[in-house]
Every structure is written in structure tokens, then in C-alpha cells.
Ligand binder design. Sequence first.
Ligand code: SF4
Length: 297
Amino acid sequence: MIITNKHNLPKAFVSLASEEYEVAPNEYRVTSLLRGVRETMLLRRHNHEIEADVADMAWLLFGTAVHSILERQQEADSELKEERLKVKVGDYILSGQFDLYCGNRKCITDYKTASVWKFIYRNFDEWRQQLLIYAWMLRQYGFQCEMGQIVAFLKDHSKQEAKRKADYPLLPVQSVKFSFSERDFQEIEAWLHERFSEIAEAEKLPDDQLPVCTPEERFNSGDKYAVMKKGRKTALRVLDSREEAEKWMAKNGKGDSIEVRPGEDKKCADYCFANEFCNYWQEQKRVQEQGQTERSA
Ligand code: SF4
């Protein structure tokens, strides 16, 4: 990745952002498997052309800084720290680096930075899956692992909000734990084989024919349904489903038609470093820009 420094931030930021772990051609990191296959392939194929500014990587760097501080701590005899694991899955090598493993507790821990919203909505599926994969990998090395734990630093935590709202996390550091069963390990092993089959297929395809990332992978906000009236440009009401929009029209006796407003792909727009090389996103962007021009005309 080409790192730029448009805002003249200290050079240390640039060095930190430039540190990359180079993977072998048949090797994939755990974090790559958790992304959409299209994003993973585009990032690999265009890594040396993709440009990113350090200012846009601030939270990634913050996460790295937190790791650097924590990794200075001496681990206990029963602990392993920041080890890179490599496990063969079919024709591929799966590689992953966890933060801490405690043999006494049979528990793997990872440190994260996150937004408070993640805790308010208890949106932990991806964290659980990542830890389960690390735990599965540790088991392939002969270690026992039955639990996973995320220790998260909430970068947007507010003490004032914590005092006012019942569902707001009380402290800026939170931990969430998961326990893993034999069935979980069987399921994740099957998922890994399936994911690598998808990757094997994707490797044969040109960029424009890669399967488009799913709405979840694109952080799609969900389609909205606008009740429109003839001769009026703005909606009378915008609702989450066609059914709700139809009910609203029937109840209020207003509106002539329903306009579907496609959900926003937040990841594509703001968080995918491969978006410049993605024909799906380039087309979406073109349609959106055209719509904006037509509306303002
Ligand atoms: S721009 Fe969107 S669809 Fe394209 S690779 Fe990135 S996340 Fe996937």
C-alpha cells in the first residue's frame, strides 16, 4: 500500500502505517477471510497501487499503539503472547496472530478499539468468529482452548453519557467473553474450508467478475421506502419496509406511489481501501452522483 501524509503528521505515523506483514501467494490471514471475498482479492491484487493517507488510518494506528503498549508486558508462565500461527487448510495456509493465550484458563484474548455503539447494540458476531478461528488454530497446535475474550477500548466513550443512559457502557474499557463448544469448532472448520473454496474460485476470476460483497459485508444501511406525491419532490414519509409504507398510505389517505431508496454501502464509501478498483462501487458512485446532479438541476 502506498502511504501518503497529506496533513504532514509526524513521520512516526507514516512508519507505523507502512509496517505490513507480507503473505505468501497461497497464504491468507484470518482477518482477510472475515472480509468479503471481493475485497480480499482486490486488496491483494492491487496492494502496491492502493493509496491511503495516514490521517485516514488514525484509528488503525491507535489500535496498533494499544497493542504495542500491551505487548511490552511480561507474560506469565502459562501464557503465550502475540504469536503468529500458521495452519494448513486444504491447499492454503491460514495465518493469524492473537494477542494473548492463557493455558490455565484455556482462553484466548484479543485487544480491540471500538465505538460505544458496538456495545450498545451488542454487535459481537465478527469478534466471536475471529476468536473462534484463533482458538481452532491453537487446537491444531495441540493447545486446549475453550474460551475467547475481547478487551475493547471505546474510543468515543463519554463519562457524561454513562451517567445519563442506562444502556451506555459505564467504563471506557469493556470486556466480552465467549465460550466455544465442540460443535462450534466443527462448524468453524467447515466454514474455513468453504471460504477457501470460494477464494480458490475467485482467484480464477478477473476483478469485475468477483462476487460482490454481501450487504452485511458492505455495511449496507438497508433500503428505505419513500411515500411520494405527484408534483412534490420530497417524500411525505420515509419508512423501513414497503409494507409499512403501504399501511401509512392507507391509514393517512395520502401519497400516490412508493419510491425505493437503496441503502447506503457505508463500507464501500468510507472504509474499503479497495473501492477504487471495485466496479460495483464505481458504478454505485456514478449513479449516486448522477442522481444528485438531477435533483439539484
Ligand atoms: S467497495 Fe464494497 S463491494 Fe467493493 S470490495 Fe469494497 S466492500 Fe466490497
